[in-house]
Design a protein around this ligand. Structure first.
Ligand code: GLU
Length: 484
């Protein structure tokens, strides 16, 4: 049975790249009837925070990506947080030291830095010199007597090829000569990621490691540890980076990079999932819109491509728009209310009392939005009572000769009616046409501009219904007085 894991370091928000890694792992597990595990890799004590862990967990839950084992849910291989696993790592470190495959190193950071600078000056890749490789017990004791706390370094064998048969990247070859003896335990006794990850993946019986390409350079070190401890190796799949449109690594410069930012802007989790899966994976046919269940059925690593994926916000907007329009309207109403409340247009209390009205509002504008917070701008025409022309063209629409008369008749029709339902509003235009002879564009456009300041927009009948009788009358008065 396949067992895969998402192993985020809790050093920030859930990044879209991380979310994609989690998704690929999840889909791979579900597709093969395997297990998906969530492990928190908080080996970097200075940068790991509880808030970050919480944010990552919340992000995954928001997506509906659930895990079978791991943080919060438990399982047979816990604990699932690296810092709680020190007692598990210790015997393995000891074993490597006893077998001479790792050793204590007493070099100070300054010494290492000086060596590094020296190498860089010579144009060489910095690599630990191996000064502490062969210390005698006596030499060690002396250094320890000085109170120096050692790190533990892995003894990298000379001139050995390391071959990764990567599911995505194919054969990737490294040579141990390019890798210096690397630290596996820091002087505070905490193992580094490259060591802990091997022990964890081994003990958690991980069969396939699916992670970002940025980890590819870590993999040869990890393979050396697998070999040194006699562990079976998992399969590896390093998924290509996500690039911005300018083909450099996706970063803040390109826009939002955290899942939270997309959630807050009003992207739907299933739309973001659908978009993320297409960053690297390609489905068989032309269809690109898939639910999470469909993806579980279709996903496979052999359709994950090696070339980097480009993050195209227009595509995300397009996909999100599709999901917004096909979701049950009640859900979209619930999700839209906070944006309207935040904009100061309505209160929660108002939303509760006027559910039908808000529903009509959302129905009217959801055709035109890509993400939910955009509803604020569209709906603003309902709340700002001073009609403003959106541009010069709008102003010229009202300059036509027949407009004064048209607005007078409109005012009269609305004012003298007791009713103001959808049917009545539809009939307004027939009546206006009868009374003034205006039709088509010259009928609808001046009415729209007079009431909203815009030439184009959402369904006019709906807008009139949403404005309500009083506002319609007030706006006609305002426009006649100020804008004609
Ligand atoms: N903790 C690593 C990260 O957040 C993931 C390492 C891995 O998947 O092996 O980038």
């Amino acid at each position: 049975m396949e067992r895969v894991r998402f192993a985020p370091s809790p050093t920030g928000h859930l990044h879209i790249g991380g979310a994609r890694t989690a998704l690929f792992n999840y889909l791979y597990a579900k597709h093969s009837g395997g297990k998906f595990i969530l492990r928190i890799e908080d080996t970097d004590l200075n940068r790991s925070t509880a808030e970050s862990e919480k944010a990552i967990i919340e992000g995954l839950k928001w997506f509906g990506i659930n895990w079978d084992e791991g943080i919060e849910v438990g399982g047979p291989h816990g604990p699932y947080r690296s810092t709680e696993r020190n007692f598990i790592y210790e015997p393995f470190v000891k074993k490597l030291i006893e077998e001479g495959k790792a050793y204590y190193c007493y070099c100070s950071e300054e010494e290492i830095e000086a060596e590094r600078q020296e190498a860089l000056k010579k144009g060489e890749t910095p690599k630990y010199s191996g000064r502490c490789r062969n210390l005698t017990d006596e030499e060690r004791k002396k250094l320890e007597a000085k109170g120096i706390k050692p790190v533990v370094r892995f003894r990298v064998p000379d001139n050995e090829p390391i071959i990764i048969d990567d599911i995505v990247r194919g054969r990737v070859e490294f040579n141990t000569n390019d890798i210096g003896d690397f630290i596996i335990v820091k002087s505070d006794g905490i193992p580094v990621y490259n060591f802990a990850v091997v022990i964890d993946d081994h003990l958690m019986e991980i069969t396939t490691v699916i992670r970002g390409e940025e980890h590819l350079s870590n993999t040869p070190r990890q393979i050396l540890i697998y070999k040194a401890l006699g562990f079976d190796m998992p399969k590896f799949a390093h998924v290509s980076l996500i690039l911005g449109k300018d083909r450099t690594k996706m970063s803040k410069r390109h826009g939002s990079t955290w899942v939270e930012q997309y959630r807050d802007a009003g992207y739907l989790p299933e739309a973001l999932i659908n978009f993320l899966v297409l960053l690297g994976w390609s489905p068989e046919g032309d269809e690109e819109i898939f639910s999470l269940e469909e993806l579980c059925e279709k996903f496979s690593l052999d359709r994950v491509v090696k070339n980097p994926a480009v993050f195209d916000i227009d595509k995300l907007n397009h996909i999100n728009g599709i999901y917004i329009r096909k979701s049950p309207i009640d859900r979209i109403v619930d999700l839209s209310i906070p944006y309207l409340v935040n904009a100061g247009y309505i209160t929660d209390e108002f939303a509760k009392r006027n559910r039908d009205w808000i529903t009509l509002l959302v129905l009217t504008f959801r055709e035109r939005i890509s993400y939910l917070s955009e509803i604020v701008e569209h709906a603003s025409i309902l709340f700002n009572d001073e009609v403003k022309f959106e541009d010069e063209e709008a102003a010229t629409v009202l300059k036509q000769d027949h407009v004064g008369r048209l607005l007078d008749e409109l005012y009269d029709i609305v004012k003298t009616s007791d009713k103001f339902d959808n049917e009545f509003i539809q009939n307004i235009f027939k009546e206006l046409k009868n009374r003034t002879g205006a039709k088509g564009k010259s009928l609808f456009m001046p009415v729209r501009v007079a009431l909203t300041g815009q030439i184009h927009g959402a369904e006019l009948v709906n807008i009139i219904e949403l404005l309500g009788k009083d506002k319609v009358l007030k706006r006609i008065e305002y426009t006649k007085k100020n804008l004609l």
